[in-house]
Design a protein around this ligand. Structure first.
Ligand SMILES: [Zn+2]
Length: 310
């Protein structure tokens, strides 16, 4: 990455960004000390919720929003923040910062309350998973939080903003904006991705931090890989000739990790190859906490290509 001179004001913005990450990390570690639940779970829950929110609105330090009825308890109509009154009404709200109030807009109170709700199930990894399922009641949400926690745990860091281009830029390749084109195979479908044309064997790389969620043969995609990143985005790589020998399901990856190589597999039973020129199909799918939808990866590919060259 390139650092631009202070005159542009970009460094000041970066400093603000770094400051918010530091503030968050301090809050997660403090709540870990209070609850014994590892900090990276709080970080992953917070991250998940942040990425389900409208990105045009200013970022909060902590984005977790606990439903008010759950926080105050049904019947606590005056929304009293006094701990004993909340308890009386079976509310979950807790005082994390020791000011005597359980405030649903206070970062420390939110994290401490979340920690206590999890602890109702127990402190082990399995307990946390069950607690998350009972809270969110959605498999993909729990899966994403679990994967994100794994990434944060591995890198001991939440400020993970590096990216890479999905094919090795030292090789020849070419791509255009092909998102939304019509495709004939298997009935009329809309092309949900960008095709990056390159020779057989060109290394395919992870663009982001994430966890390998899917590996194996697929009728359209051939040998494909799916990586769930820490921004609730699923990255789909298709038509590969094969995988990197070391790569396993559930593995944590970082930008630049080699996943395999470009091929032309797919459009038939396992092993089918050569029905079209070799290329990497790269797709991106965003989960907003309710449903998952495809979006155009092309502008991101352009950006990551520039980052890689710089
Ligand atoms: Zn494609």
């Amino acid at each position: 990455m390139v650092l631009i001179g202070t005159a542009t004001g970009i460094n000041a913005e970066d400093d603000d960004k770094d400051a918010i990450y530091e503030k968050r990390m301090a809050l997660f570690k403090k709540t870990e000390a209070l609850t014994q639940i590892p900090w990276y779970y709080f970080a992953a829950i917070d991250n998940f919720e942040r990425n389900t929110k409208d990105s045009r609105k200013p970022e909060k330090v902590i984005s977790i929003e606990i439903p008010l009825e759950l926080w105050f308890g049904i019947g606590n109509v005056n929304k009293s923040q006094k701990a004993e009154i909340i308890k009386l009404f079976d509310g979950k709200g807790k005082d994390g910062n020791g000011d005597g109030k359980a405030d649903p807009d206070n970062a420390e109170d939110i994290l401490y309350t979340m920690g206590n709700m999890i602890l109702e199930y127990g402190p082990t990894e399995d307990d946390i998973k069950i607690a998350l399922w009972n809270y969110y009641k959605r498999d993909l949400t729990v899966q994403t939080i679990k994967n994100t926690a794994k990434v944060f745990q591995k890198f001991k860091e939440i400020n993970l903003t590096n990216r890479d281009f999905p094919v090795d830029t030292g090789y020849n390749y070419t791509y255009h904006n092909t998102w939304g084109d019509r495709r004939g195979f298997g009935g009329i479908r809309i092309h949900e991705g960008t095709d990056i044309f390159a020779d057989y064997g060109t290394p395919v790389k992870s663009t982001t931090y994430g966890v390998v969620e899917m590996m194996g043969w697929n009728l359209y995609g051939g040998w494909r890989i799916g990586i769930r990143d820490i921004y609730n985005i699923y990255h789909y790589y298709a038509h590969m000739s094969g995988y990197n020998d070391d790569l396993k399901l559930g593995q944590v990856v970082k930008p630049g990790d080699v996943l395999g190589s470009v091929g032309s597999t797919g459009y038939g039973p396992p092993g089918t190859s050569g029905k079209f020129p070799p290329h990497l199909h790269y797709g991106m799918y965003k989960d907003n906490g309710k449903n998952e939808f495809s979006f155009d990866p092309y502008p991101y590919l352009r950006k990551w290509e520039r980052m890689t060259r710089d």
